[in-house]
Design a protein around this ligand. Structure first.
Ligand SMILES: Cc1cc2nc3c(=O)[nH]c(=O)nc-3n(C[C@H](O)[C@H](O)[C@H](O)COP(=O)(O)O)c2cc1C
Length: 148
């Protein structure tokens, strides 16, 4: 069985820390060490049939990246490399970080963009997480209508 690839974007390090926690929970037999998406090639990502991808949230419903004020390249700079790629058969689980108090109206809003990109290129998105206990405002139900 091939291992799970863990990739993350980060600006201040928190998403890296969470990626590392996920890696230690899974263990080295199941997963490879997490890699920052700004030091990753598309070939490296496509080696894996099972992926765990993490993103912080910056900007209003954008993917994090230089255009929304991040200090380093992030998902926004990586995503164009997916342009000709068919992700059919890839299973992708996503995790997102955000600040529910300060950014309640756009809490973890980059996560849906990452979802859209990978779903759009044919990946199967797996897993779910309860929103119970989180305080935020859903600004657009339309985001969720296609999730089934
Ligand atoms: C300028 C700025 C904008 C942010 N925008 C959002 C946002 O829109 N939604 C959200 O949930 N969190 C937002 N956050 C919080 C970050 O997503 C959160 O702190 C995250 O843990 C940072 O992850 P990182 O350390 O991996 O970059 C913002 C933080 C900053 C500093």
């Amino acid at each position: 069985m091939s291992k799970i690839g863990i990739f993350f974007g980060t600006d201040t390090g928190s998403t890296r820390l969470v990626a590392k926690k996920i890696y230690s929970l899974l263990g080295e037999e199941l997963a490879d060490k997490p890699k920052n998406i700004n030091r990753t090639t598309i070939t490296e990502l496509l080696k894996y049939d099972a992926l765990i991808l993490g993103t912080p949230s910056y900007g209003v419903g954008d993917l994090p990246g230089l255009a929304v004020g991040c200090m380093e390249a992030n998902w926004q700079e990586f995503v164009p490399y997916l342009d000709d790629v068919d992700l059919k058969g890839k299973r992708v689980a996503l995790f997102g970080l955000g600040n529910q108090e300060r950014y309640a109206s756009r809490f973890a809003s980059s996560l849906i963009q990452l979802y859209r990109v990978f779903y759009g290129y044919g990946a199967t998105i797996i897993g779910s997480w309860s929103t119970e206990g989180y305080q935020f405002k859903v600004i657009s139900e339309e985001y969720f209508t296609h999730l089934g």
